[in-house]
Design a protein around this ligand. Structure first.
Ligand SMILES: [Fe+2]
Length: 508
């Protein structure tokens, strides 16, 4: 099997069990320790492949080649909250050989009162250590994993999900089958998803396009009209946005992310702020700036769904409302800038009418998260907004009491940008852009909160309102009994590499 069983889509009485093989097989089922059996449905992943850039020891190829991956899923129902049941999955392969997983335990939603908050795994070695430490801390109390997107780097490269040669693929890390060496120690990740359901969100790294001869080119060349999330949807059996009840939590997950482009405006590359000079004559090669994949602006389909969901009975009756998305609402991280607005193209032409420059503006007043989504969340008393993308830990609270948390420093930081420190790479005054773009700080206006328990101190001795490190990772746990969010640092090079609690806050 390519994976151990993965728990998904739990309800108060059921859970979906999915697993993956490299063959269609003849029969697949889940067997519970109490004797009940549930037949699985089988479907092939239609877009996964490998190419010359893949690190796929089981399938070395030099050009784009489809990969055979089959997904099996059974819905296990008739479960009781708080009661764990032993289970294993069994597949019979095409030759008639039977393959069994090891035995794990499953339970319906709301069993276990700690939810792991994480994101931006992207094949980082430190992610594997981070997940292992989180699991050792949460233990049997783990009730689910909330992943705010960027699960892998290239969504159609099968090995990144299943069997990356670096030992840090998405499922291996989340299932205790990884293998990386960090600070002289071997780390394997942890069997998170065999025991606790995963609730993912789409990040920019789960979106690809259809142009190009390599997976990297397909990923990089995605245009507003070729946005494709097929592999994510097929792997998780989820739509682009959805909601779920996890015990006292109503979780609402958005598709709020945009393509990454280099932070350039000098015409040298297909950039965030300008097209490459070499591409100007060929509109098919334009990148369209950091275009948003699916609008969350007022009046959009997704915004209307969110408004209805927040007004609905499940959200109103829940003790806690948690909204998860990939792009930061408030952040001092690098890639939070420019504003989350549709790029506004400004096209210059020479006297003969040929395009001589294309630049993109991102008006702060059109930021969809700040000006459309946040007021809605405030009005409906959302307690927590979780996101990722900038690879730092930072958090905020607005006047309506909404907490904003990014806990995505899991292996490579993109840096924190506060006054007096380094400047974000965005156009400044005199660069010919309207801006102004936030060179420092949070364009959303809220100040980052200093960790309550054990902040890191800067060179001047002052406590820092963020965590940003390439050596020390971070994760958070939402305690749904206490209504508290606790954040931990892990230094894998420490003599005793155990998580250190550095921040805690209550949701109400
Ligand atoms: Fe991202």
């Amino acid at each position: 099997m390519l994976t151990d069983p993965v728990l998904l889509g739990a309800t108060p009485t059921s859970v979906r069990v999915a697993w993956f093989t490299e063959w269609r097989g003849r029969a697949h089922e889940v067997a519970l320790a109490d004797g009940r059996r549930f037949a699985a449905r089988t479907r092939r992943l239609t877009r996964v492949a490998e190419d010359g850039d893949s690190c796929a020891p089981r399938m070395r190829v030099d050009r784009l080649t489809a990969r055979q991956v089959w997904r099996h899923e059974a819905v296990v129902d008739g479960l009781h909250a708080g009661r764990r049941v032993g289970y294993r999955v069994t597949s019979v392969d095409d030759a008639g050989h039977r393959v069994d997983s090891a035995q794990f335990t499953l339970a319906p939603a709301g069993t276990g009162d700690l939810l792991l908050l994480t994101s931006d795994h992207q094949l980082r070695a430190l992610t594997v250590a981070n997940l292992q430490a989180a699991y050792e801390l949460a233990g049997d109390r783990l009730g689910g994993v909330l992943h705010a997107g960027d699960l892998v780097n290239d969504p159609d490269r099968a090995s990144e999900w299943f069997d990356h040669g670096g030992g840090c693929g998405f499922f291996p890390a989340m299932q205790g089958r990884g293998s990386v060496t960090v600070a002289g120690r071997r780390w394997r990740g942890a069997p998170l998803l065999q025991h606790a359901p995963l609730y993912p969100a789409l990040g920019n790294h789960e979106v690809t396009g259809d142009v190009g001869d390599t997976l990297a080119e397909r990923f990089e060349r995605v245009r507003p009209d070729t946005v494709d999330t097929t592999t994510y949807e097929q792997i998780f059996g989820l739509p682009r946005w959805y909601a779920a009840t996890i015990g006292p939590v109503r979780l609402i997950v958005l598709f709020a992310t945009r393509v990454f482009r280099p932070y350039s405006w000098d015409g040298s590359v297909r950039g965030t702020f300008a097209e490459a000079t070499a591409d100007l004559a060929d509109g098919d090669r334009w990148g369209h700036g950091q275009h948003i994949f699916a609008s969350v602006a007022r009046g959009s389909e997704q915004y209307e769904w969110l408004a209805a969901e927040l007004s609905g009975e499940a959200a109103r009756r829940a003790r806690f409302r948690v909204v998860m998305l990939h792009h930061p609402v408030h952040s001092i991280g690098w890639t939070a800038a420019p504003p989350f607005a549709d790029p506004v193209p400004v096209i210059d032409r020479d006297p003969a009418g040929a395009v001589s420059a294309v630049r993109y503006e991102y008006p702060l007043a059109a930021d969809q998260l700040l000006h459309d989504v946040e007021p809605l969340l405030s009005r409906h008393r959302v307690e927590l907004v979780l996101y990722g993308h900038t690879h730092v830990w930072n958090r905020f609270r607005n006047d309506a009491g909404v907490h904003f948390l990014e806990t995505s420093n899991v292996g490579n930081t993109f840096g924190a940008y506060l006054p007096g420190g380094p400047a974000r790479m965005v156009p400044g005054p005199g660069d010919g852009f309207l801006g102004p773009y936030a060179v420092h700080g949070n364009a959303g206006g809220l100040e980052p909160i200093v960790p309550t328990l054990a902040p890191v101190h800067g060179p001047d001795g002052a406590p820092l309102p963020y965590h940003s490190s390439d050596e020390v990772s971070a994760f958070s746990l939402l305690d749904t009994t206490a209504g508290a969010v606790r954040s931990y640092r892990l230094d894998p090079a420490a003599p005793e590499p155990v998580p250190q609690l550095f921040d805690e806050f209550l949701l109400k």
